[in-house]
Design a protein around this ligand. Structure first.
Ligand SMILES: [Zn+2]
Length: 219
């Protein structure tokens, strides 16, 4: 029988990794306790959405590459980062219970990393492309989630939505400070932030305002 050294449990069947902690299992496999049937399809395929977004972002590298804003090596680095990011997030999807909250937090981490990278390198690729793209993706994802889940999404995620809207203006701030010479993606990010704010204030029948008030009362 297989055994997880970390959780100190025995696991029947042919699993490679511990179902609790993900550690590779030791020992010999036994016959599978579950019948061999296809897994049930989930209604909300977060993984497919993630793959689609990754592919679209990879394609977004083409125009700046054609315009000479990014060299071939830079483009390769961006695509490589996007793919690594996809694998990282797919791993989160497979293991975390509250995926959405992890992803929302992960966006803040990525944005902080990008801003640090800009401070370190002053590379226009980061200020013109990476930072605004991160904001655009976050705003788009939240926009889609808002469309799908409406009021119930606002209820649990008001503080993330507020952060996303505020951070959506960061690329524009970088343009204003003279850090980004190619401002178009910053405009898109700011416009999306404004659009999300309007959608929240008008489309959720006061729920967003009530949730926000609760947040600030507590703080
Ligand atoms: Zn384990």
């Amino acid at each position: 029988m297989k055994h997880c050294d970390f959780c100190r449990i025995d696991v029947e069947g042919t699993l490679d990794r511990c179902p609790l902690c993900g550690t590779p299992l030791e020992g010999a496999p036994t016959s599978d306790p579950f019948p061999n049937v296809a897994p049930v399809r989930q209604a909300f395929r977060a993984e497919g959405l993630l793959g689609t977004i990754t592919l679209l972002l990879c394609l977004l590298v083409v125009p700046p590459l054609a315009a000479g804003l990014v060299g071939p090596l830079g483009a390769l680095a961006i695509v490589g980062t996007l793919l690594a990011n996809y694998l990282f997030l797919r791993n989160i999807l497979a293991h975390a219970s509250d995926v959405l909250r992890m992803v929302e937090r992960y966006y803040f981490v990525l944005l902080a990393m990008a801003l640090l990278a800009y401070m370190a390198t002053q590379a226009p690729m980061v200020s013109c492309l990476v930072v605004p793209l991160l904001c655009i993706v976050a705003l788009l994802v939240n926009g889609v989630l808002l469309l799908v889940f409406r009021g119930s999404f606002v209820e649990g995620y008001a503080k993330y939505l507020i952060m996303d809207i505020v951070l959506g203006g960061v690329p524009l701030l970088m343009v204003a400070l003279g850090f980004a010479s190619w401002p178009w993606l910053a405009y898109v990010s700011a416009a999306l932030a404004l659009l999300l704010l309007v959608a929240l204030l008008t489309g959720t029948r006061g729920r967003f305002a009530a949730e926000s008030r609760k947040l600030f009362d507590r703080g």
